[in-house]
Design a binder for this molecule. Structure first.
Ligand code: GRF
Length: 194
């Protein structure tokens, strides 16, 4: 039985596209069944549709601050699609404990820092401001505490002379595109073996 994956995005979805490409390889233990965005203008929706993947939009603005209502609507879409694994890929809404609890051990996120360093936003500028010589990205299991769950994989990049937050972000994103597919592949294989 191939495990069913939903990918949640908010923007262009470059990580999402890499996950779709890798899951298209023969023998992968998982298959993408849904790409969901909280923003109808998210560029990744068209990219997913172009690859024949079902898409859905649950716009947080429609809920006027009712976070529980927003998350319940997402949960309903995921359950209806009979999803086994949720991948957050550039999904920029913080999810509450009830929602996360319903997917604990089944929801992954990619974060552009070497966790536990620099949880939250502006990770690249913070690494530069701290004078770090290396930086990177992490894939972790999602738990109620933000960017805090068990780390499943990391990739490191050097911080180079003259780096800006943008040049560093671009170098990290290249590593994200390798790390996330690798971690999802391993995670799905072990989950399927359970
Ligand atoms: C990535 O750096 C990701 O780690 C962060 O958002 C950025 C955009 O990712 N969460 P994507 O191109 O939308 O996948």
């Amino acid at each position: 039985m191939t495990l069913r994956v939903a990918i949640l995005i908010s923007g262009g979805g470059s990580n999402m596209v890499r996950l779709l490409e890798d899951m298209a390889e023969p023998g992968h233990a998982a298959e993408p069944v849904l790409v969901l965005a909280n923003d109808p203008t998210a560029g990744g929706l068209a990219k997913a549709a172009a690859q024949g993947i079902a898409t859905s939009v649950v716009d947080h603005r429609d809920f006027k601050g009712d976070r529980a209502g927003f998350e319940a609507a997402i949960d309903k879409v995921l359950r209806k699609a009979d999803v086994d694994i949720v991948c957050l890929a550039g999904f920029m809404r913080i999810l509450g404990a009830d929602f996360v609890g319903g997917w604990e051990g089944r929801m992954l996120n990619i974060h552009p820092s070497l966790l536990p360093k620099y949880k939250g936003l502006h990770t690249h500028q913070r690494a530069l401001d701290a004078g770090d010589t290396e930086h990177g990205c992490s894939v972790h299991l999602v738990t109620p505490a933000l960017d805090d769950g068990p780390i499943l994989g990391q990739a490191t990049v050097p911080v180079q002379e003259g780096d800006t937050a943008d040049t560093l972000a671009a170098r990290v994103l290249k590593e994200e595109h390798q790390l996330y597919p690798k971690v999802l592949r391993e995670f799905a294989t072990s989950l399927k073996a359970e």
